[in-house]
Design a protein around this ligand. Structure first.
Ligand code: ZN
Ligand code: FE
Length: 261
């Protein structure tokens, strides 16, 4: 039996003010996907630079800064759009709707789909295990997480908890460069964490030098992201909820971030 084993090459495409789109290239069958195209133009430019033809769009959720390029790219390339079943009617041009535990093939590369509601009700993530790549949209950010526009703290904590068991080496391809302000907030709730202090300083230097801070690794996020650490006593204490459930602690940390300037 031939198991799908193809490894992706992944390119970053900066767009709008702080969006990252990801171009995933599967070299065996020449499958090429863009994850969350906010706009067609920056994708077209990258494809031209690399001499590639787009075959798929992978959407994580319905927000316009993740789907705004869908219809234009579909008209141009006749590609296949894959997105969340729970929100299929809000994904422009969707062809294939997927949900928790299902698999998506990009050429010979296989992704497992996670339902991760919270930021929106139908948010999904794509995990390409062979490529150590997690495309998580606006669910998990470097040292942060998405705002709860359509979900509860319980849902979002449950969603983030699906990422925690993935391998240390998993690269977290999130959709925004929010890392510097996330680091500043993280220090207010987990300021005695030496790994966080070290990472925040490193991130500040990277941003000063104009460098992208994404992708990070899951090992880094587990060690320094307060939203993955709501089950730890020091985080509960920081929001005056010692002994309470992690989802409740998570909700308090998220609320504090919402009002952090
Ligand atoms: Zn969003
Ligand atoms: Fe977004």
């Amino acid at each position: 039996m031939n198991l799908p084993m193809a490894k992706l090459t992944i390119h970053r495409i900066p767009a709008r003010k702080d969006n990252y789109l990801w171009l995933a290239v599967e070299p065996e069958k020449n499958a090429v996907a863009v994850v969350d195209p906010s706009d067609a133009a920056p994708v077209r430019a990258k494809l031209k630079e690399l001499g590639l033809r787009l075959t798929h769009i992978l959407n994580t959720h319905h927000h316009n800064d993740h789907t705004g390029g869908n219809l234009e790219l579909k008209a141009e390339f006749g590609l296949t759009i894959i997105g969340p079943r729970a929100d299929a009617e809000r994904i422009p041009g969707i062809d294939v709707a997927v949900g928790d535990g299902e698999h998506v093939m990009l050429g010979n590369a296989e992704a497992q789909v996670f339902d991760v509601p919270g930021h929106t009700r139908g948010h999904i993530a794509y995990w390409f295990a062979e490529s150590d790549a997690l495309f998580c949209g606006d669910t998990l950010f470097a040292m942060g997480c998405g705002r709860l526009f359509e979900g509860t703290p319980e849902q979002m904590w449950n969603s983030l908890s699906k990422f925690r068991p993935l391998p240390d080496s998993t690269k977290v391809y999130c959709a925004h460069e929010y890392t510097l302000s996330n680091a500043r907030f993280a220090l207010t709730v987990d300021g005695n964490n030496p790994l966080l202090i070290e990472r925040a300083a490193h991130i500040a230097k990277m941003r000063e030098a104009g460098q992208a801070t994404v992708p990070s690794t899951l090992a880094e996020e587990r060690a320094t992201n307060p939203f993955l650490r709501a089950d730890r006593p020091e985080l509960a204490a920081a929001v005056n909820l010692s002994g309470e459930q992690p989802a409740q602690v998570f909700g308090a940390i998220r609320a504090a971030k919402d009002s952090f300037s």
